[in-house]
Design a protein. Structure first.
Length: 188
């Protein structure tokens, strides 16, 4: 059975650049061929600031937006977050989306494509890795940082990666695939 990878666009703000980076990565994942790859836009779920009355670990969701988000995350075997860095940290949209759920994330591996200024979003990615362990995810060390993002985006808004980014994406997908198969056994 082919393992399911969801590439999640973590930024939800108007005029965001996240989708152009995520489109590239998603196409790279499709061409890589080991996963059944789906591109997921967090903005489509229109999640308000966390508003469920019960703890997510109970899985008793009151709101339709949570039920939709839960079904999406539950369907995936592995994730790649395409995430910017805001104030040396992940964007609040991503932290909020993580907070909404619990079991849906458990025992699933995560790779991160990070972007920003000179740091390539590495600080943000490392904070995300720390947070997701509480949700029993396995954040893998391989990642794809995109430093000074603007230089890789054309006037018409298309992101074109350099060779290290392409090689890094392939390596990350290879490693993610190993973890995904191993962790699926834990989920029964
Ligand atoms: C509130 C805010 C804080 C930011 N903080 C950082 C930062 O700490 N480090 C960095 O490299 N870039 C930072 N940036 C620049 C973002 O990386 C850049 O605007 C990027 O395009 C954001 O991704 P998005 O357009 O997909 O939302 C910040 C941008 C915003 C809007």
């Amino acid at each position: 059975m082919t393992l399911k990878l969801h590439t999640i666009i973590a930024s939800t703000r108007p005029s965001r650049v996240g989708p152009t980076v995520a489109n590239w990565f998603h196409e790279h994942a499709v061409a890589h061929g080991k996963f059944d790859a789906t591109l997921v836009d967090l903005a489509d779920f229109k999640l308000p600031v966390f508003d469920e009355p019960k703890h997510p670990r109970l899985g008793q969701y009151e709101h339709e937006h949570t039920k939709r988000w839960s079904a999406s995350v539950k369907a995936a075997d592995a994730f790649v977050f395409v995430s910017p860095e805001y104030n040396y940290a992940p964007p609040p949209s991503l932290l909020n989306a993580l907070t909404y759920l619990a079991a849906e994330w458990n025992y699933k591996p995560l790779g991160i494509v990070s972007y920003g200024g000179i740091s390539g979003g590495l600080r943000s990615a490392q904070v995300t890795r720390s947070i997701v362990t509480t949700l029993k995810m396995m954040p893998i060390p391989e990642g794809v940082p995109v430093p000074n993002l603007a230089q890789f985006i054309s006037k018409d808004g298309i992101f074109t990666p350099n060779d290290p980014m392409k090689q890094g994406a392939t390596l990350m997908l290879d490693e993610l695939h190993k973890w995904t198969g191993a962790l699926k056994a834990l989920r029964g």
